[in-house]
Write a protein that binds this ligand. Sequence first.
Ligand code: SIN
Length: 475
Amino acid sequence: MADSALHLLQPEQLDADGLKVLNPANGSVVATVRRFDVPELETIIEQAEAARHPWAARTAKERSDVLRAWYDLLRENAEDLARLMTLESGKPLDEARGEVRYGAAFVEWFSEEARRAYGEVIPSHASDKRVLTLRQPVGTCAAITPWNFPLAMITRKVAPALAAGCSIVVKPANATPLSALALESLAHRAGIPAALFRVVPARSSSQAGDLFCTHRLIRKISFTGSTEVGKVIMAKAAGQVKRLSLELGGNAPFIVFDDADLDRAVAGAMASRFRNAGQTCVCANRFIVQAGIHDAFVERLGAKVAALRVEDGLDVDATMGPLIDQGAVERVAGLVETAVREGAAIANEAPVVPASGAFHRPVVLVDVTTDMEIAHEEIFGPVAPVLRFSDESDALRIANDTPFGLAAYVFTADAARQWRMMEGLEYGMVGVNDGLISTEVAPFGGIKESGFGREGSSHGLADYMNIKYCLLGGL
Ligand code: SIN
């Protein structure tokens, strides 16, 4: 029997012959959704372009009010949105509830920011001239979003785009289109014009991506996903010099100094590494732990990991769910196997893990060294590799020795060292004595091969606006 949370979807979003959405906890079909092919996408982009002009002509307050109405509907339907998300992504219901709150917070934030897209009057270089800037919407945008946060990765692109006066077409991940479609249907119920924000599961992801990169009406693409695909988008979009925001892969270091508060460091490690079963771009990917605290840290972390309840995300006790699919399980198992062959050892007792479904046991690996594959690969699974270091410069060198630069974490009680690390870590985001850095009020984004552009905060709105400089002469 169909799940009651599916009432959030509209009949026109479903199609019995369409894309099958599977529950990773048991492989069952949750729903079958409509897919769009290239000619349909072209029409949708043209409609989005036509819709953006009257939308941008509304006052900022009017746009803000409609976004606020969308936020209210997200909050009213939070429980069903969370259930839908657990069904398609596997994450425990409590985490899904957290993501609905997190995702809705971007809509609330940008409904407020819509009214603060200020231009400037700049003191002039000449007495008969005035210099000013206007901020104007970029135009019609496209977004390509991942399966690991099927709701929040959409609201943090769509809400600033709409607040700025843009239109936006979103291609969600094939594994998790249901949260995206529910967002779309609630947005339309809230009064966001239908053509202004569309969610389009694609018949062919690569063809949809190519179309976004080459369609003359698309002025900006925002992508969250792998560095590999981000580079392809960057190359293809270069043909029309499209504006881009790329939130790509990471290899986050999590540094623990001898003077760290051990309880805090372990709690931060659990939150950072095992949230969403480790399938997060900002997850701690390498634990770099000073020799004096190493054994105590590993022992405490191992005990917490052994106590995880790995179950179907809908089970009330679940603290970790399945991975997204069987392919992900095999990839993670392969990384662990290689690490053990290269000399690492598993340091924790394994919790009981369901025999069927896309589950992988959570693992703490010790004796990991910088030359091992696991120290360089983005794991995207519940595995915590622990490396040992001796002094601060050693820690910084290991942490920065990667082409990625998304998030980094450091645990130390020494205030001067906190500053040195904040300044020395070559990352877009640094968490000090905390493993959870994500919030709508802060600029989320990376440097180096982790991408560019910022989501959340006032910078998130600026990413959907052009600055136009105007000179008023003859005064
Ligand atoms: C991501 O994994 O890409 C985003 C995680 C977050 O927003 O915390």
